[in-house]
Design a protein around this ligand. Structure first.
Ligand SMILES: NC(=O)c1ccc[n+]([C@@H]2O[C@H](COP(=O)([O-])OP(=O)(O)OC[C@H]3O[C@@H](n4cnc5c(N)ncnc54)[C@H](OP(=O)(O)O)[C@@H]3O)[C@@H](O)[C@H]2O)c1
Length: 251
């Protein structure tokens, strides 16, 4: 339940998965929605399906972010909601992380998220809501996720300080930490399908609710945090993981 009537929202990485489902939810709740992504074809196709505005901007490219902010400013003026969602998952074992892999993952998941916020700040209204999409991996030692986990943990740390510093403007900053969610992100890792299926089955077995999250599960929480119903919530983090983080060793 949320009411976003009349609010304007930017969602980075809105052409797929959690961002796409959230764009749909925001629109259904009455918001004007702008989605972004890296590919003109994918962004435009999603924007057309959703009936929202699509703008191409790679969050790891600071000049592309400047252009995005300028376009949003010219067309919409100010913003009420910033959903910092764009991200990639590039698993690799410790000892096999190249500089390029490090730079790409940190460049999108952490640097891209930070500069999305830094550059949109002048457009954010008093009382605006920033929601940062992190991961429970920020707190786990799951194999093959060292750099991904670090990129998300860094985002959570930045978010806490941002919540403190932006409070005088009544801008709220909150973090959502999903567990495994059924989206195309896993298929983009390049892992063979059989390995992906084994990985998914093993993960699902560790989730007390015995299912992956759906993008809509996350969208519902994000829409609540974006709404005025959450007006006393800032600097908070929400795990949304089917209980994975409290999985007992023995039940
Ligand atoms: N699915 C999960 O299990 C899970 C769990 C915890 C956290 N998360 C986080 O949730 C967020 C959304 O992921 P998802 O699962 O919905 O995956 P997804 O379906 O792959 O969506 C990711 C979105 O981010 C966009 N994106 C990636 N790099 C970008 C860049 N440099 N600039 C702009 N847009 C970019 C993608 O666009 P392209 O079409 O160009 O790739 C896509 O629209 C990510 O931050 C991810 O880390 C996911």
């Amino acid at each position: 339940m949320s009411n976003l009537t009349g609010k304007t929202a930017v969602i980075t990485g809105g052409n797929s998965g959690i961002g796409y489902a959230t764009a749909k939810k925001f629109k259904a709740d009455g918001a004007n929605v702008i989605i972004t992504g890296r590919s003109l074809e994918r962004v435009q196709a999603a924007a057309d399906e959703l009936g929202v505005k699509g703008i191409v901007a790679d969050v790891s490219d600071l000049s592309a972010l400047d252009d995005l902010v300028e376009q949003v400013k010219n067309e919409y003026g100010q913003l009420d909601i910033l959903f910092v969602n764009a991200g990639i998952f590039a698993p690799a074992p410790v000892g096999q992380n190249s500089e390029e892999m490090f730079d790409t993952q940190m460049g999108i998941n952490f640097k891209g998220a930070v500069f999305t916020i830094e550059k949109f700040l002048p457009l954010l209204k008093e009382g605006a809501s920033i929601i940062n999409l992190s991961s429970i991996n920020a707190y786990t030692g799951m194999s093959n996720t060292a750099i991904y986990a670090a990129s998300k943990a860094a985002l959570n740390a930045y978010s806490r300080t941002a919540a403190t510093e932006l409070a005088p403007r009544k801008i709220r900053v909150n973090v959502v930490n999903p567990g495994p969610v059924s989206t195309p992100i896993f298929g983009k890792t390049g892992m063979p399908e059989a390995q992906l299926n084994d990985f998914a089955a093993a993960m699902q077995d560790r989730i007390p609710l015995k299912r992956f999250g759906q993008p809509e599960d996350i969208a519902n929480l994000v829409a609540f945090l974006a709404s005025d119903e959450a007006s006393f919530i800032t600097g908070a983090e929400y795990n949304i993981d089917g209980g994975m983080n409290v999985n007992p060793i023995l039940s």
